[in-house]
Design a protein around this ligand. Structure first.
Ligand code: TMP
Length: 222
């Protein structure tokens, strides 16, 4: 079937802070539902009861001193393992489309490129605990760094990750672009520097095209 070990289809949306990713994830889920697909929308970290508590901890700008990088990884990983077991794997096994607002690539980039941890060790750690599943398709939203910074600045107060210095966000943006170069079959860049409705249309078209390809080979249930 189209995704590893399951019958559904797994699409993630990724990108630096401020690119409008959460809005696009919600639009994509809505657009796919309107076409008759059975969709489960998740956010990572979050969605499960445990994941939402962990998310609050991770984004809390008031924890001093803040988590060291591997503590940060452990928290993101805990939320993700729970999300996979509780929501993503059952949904894929049931033939649904999972639309994830962030996923494993965010760890490889934010904790890898951003914090300087080895992405191979991060990926191996995920494999080790059974969280190695990769999306079938990843839409990488990209926006010039200054435009993303402007958007972050409009959403005060900043959370702990948003409050990182510009150099950190620049490393993250470069890390995402590198990831797209390394995995061209899975990761597709989407220009987010245009009206949200245009970005939404582009995202929906990309996913629909992949779904049609997948269905041609397998008969994914709508
Ligand atoms: P967001 O879901 O609202 O984008 O916020 C999540 C923040 O956490 C965002 O700054 C990206 C960051 N993050 C990581 O650093 N590592 C991860 O593995 C994930 C999923 C998110």
């Amino acid at each position: 079937m189209v995704s590893q070990g399951g019958r559904g289809f797994f699409v993630s949306l990724e990108g630096p802070d401020g690119v409008g990713k959460s809005t696009q994830a919600a639009s994509l889920a809505m657009g796919l539902r309107a076409q008759g697909w059975r969709v489960v929308a998740v956010r990572d970290p979050g969605t499960t009861a445990l994941g939402e508590v962990v998310r609050t901890l991770l984004l809390d700008a008031g924890i001093h001193p803040p988590p060291v990088p591997w503590a940060e990884v452990a928290l993101f990983l805990a939320a993700r393992v729970q999300l996979l077991a509780e929501v993503i794997e059952p949904a894929l096994a049931d033939g649904r489309i999972v639309v994830a607002d962030r996923y494993l690539d965010s760890t490889l980039v934010y904790q890898g490129a951003g914090r300087g941890l080895d992405p191979e060790r991060l990926a191996a750690l995920h494999e080790e605990v059974g969280a190695g599943r990769r999306p079938d398709l990843t839409l990488l939203l990209d926006l010039p760094a200054e435009r993303a910074r402007d958007r972050i600045g409009r959403e005060l107060p900043l959370d702990r990750m948003e409050a990182e210095p510009p150099a950190y966000h620049d490393r993250v943006r470069a890390g995402f672009r590198r990831l797209a170069l390394l995995s061209p079959d899975r990761v597709v860049e989407v220009d987010a520097d245009r009206p949200p409705a245009d970005v939404a249309r582009a995202c929906l078209q990309l996913v629909t095209a992949r779904l049609e390809l997948a269905m041609a080979g397998t008969g994914l249930p709508a």
